[in-house]
Design a protein around this ligand. Structure first.
Ligand SMILES: Nc1ncnc2c1ncn2[C@@H]1O[C@H](COP(=O)(O)OP(=O)(O)OP(=O)(O)O)[C@@H](O)[C@H]1O
Ligand SMILES: [Mg+2]
Length: 220
């Protein structure tokens, strides 16, 4: 028997045994590209769960132990400043990985959904999950996506994490070398095209972008 560990927006994650999980897209799909990028960055020393198998909509992955960064921030076991620094560091480390084919030197591997729910805080350090949006492009776009996602929480009226998200965003943008502003419009377009966003989130995307602009200008 396999136990359901977590049900994300698009995928269910089951424990297969002590060492492995099955991550399955509910609506089907093809995990080939996702598995390839995970294996590639792992080979370059980047912290991702090991990929054991990839077929159809199923990935069999190394089972990680630990809270997500969001859980750790929420229960106070991780300080906001430390969390922001860790996320900035994960972005920077990813963008140092050499791309496969020789391309424009500004082209890097991007995650494009690198936020506190997609980082697991294991004993061995933070590990990045959920590579479905990964592609290649300018690193500033990755920073802009992460910042925009956090800013959306910061501006949501009554959100329990709103104030903490703004502090987190400030730390994140104070630590990132890449200035996200050149790619912020592109990030907004990508978020706007995400069918998972609620109408309210869609309506407030530009307000979130404005917050990123204001904080980014203070640091870059
Ligand atoms: N390798 C793993 N080991 C242990 N737990 C995992 C692993 N991968 C994912 N999980 C658990 O499953 C949850 C969802 O994983 P993931 O983010 O990959 O799926 P998702 O459906 O794309 O999620 P969402 O769309 O909500 O971000 C994680 O928050 C984590 O709790
Ligand atoms: Mg996720």
């Amino acid at each position: 028997m396999t136990a359901l560990l977590a049900s994300g927006r698009d995928a269910d994650v089951y424990a297969l045994d002590e060492r492995r999980v099955l991550r399955r897209y509910r609506l089907g799909g093809d995990v080939t590209a996702e598995a390839a990028v995970m294996r590639y960055v792992a080979d370059h020393g980047y912290p991702v769960p090991r990929v054991y198998e990839a077929t159809g909509a199923d990935l069999i992955l190394e089972r990680l132990e630990g809270p997500t960064m969001l859980q750790a921030l929420a229960d106070g076991s991780l300080d906001l400043r430390d969390g922001g620094t860790v996320l900035a560091d994960l972005l920077e480390r990813l963008h140092k990985v050499r791309v496969r084919a020789a391309k424009d030197p500004g082209t890097r591997i991007l995650h494009l959904d690198l936020h506190p729910e997609n980082v697991v805080m294991t004993e061995g350090g933070p590990v990045v999950i959920d590579w479905r949006n990964s592609t290649e492009g300018p690193p500033e776009l990755d920073v802009a996506m992460s910042a925009l996602i956090v800013a959306q929480v910061a501006i949501e009226p009554g959100h329990a994490f709103a104030e903490r998200a703004e502090v987190f965003l400030d730390v994140l943008l104070s630590c990132t070398r890449d200035n996200p502003l050149s790619q912020l419009e592109a990030a907004v377009r990508r978020r706007a095209a995400d069918p998972a966003l609620t109408a309210a989130e869609q309506a407030h995307l530009h307000e979130a972008a404005l917050l990123v602009t204001t904080i980014s200008r203070a640091h870059h």
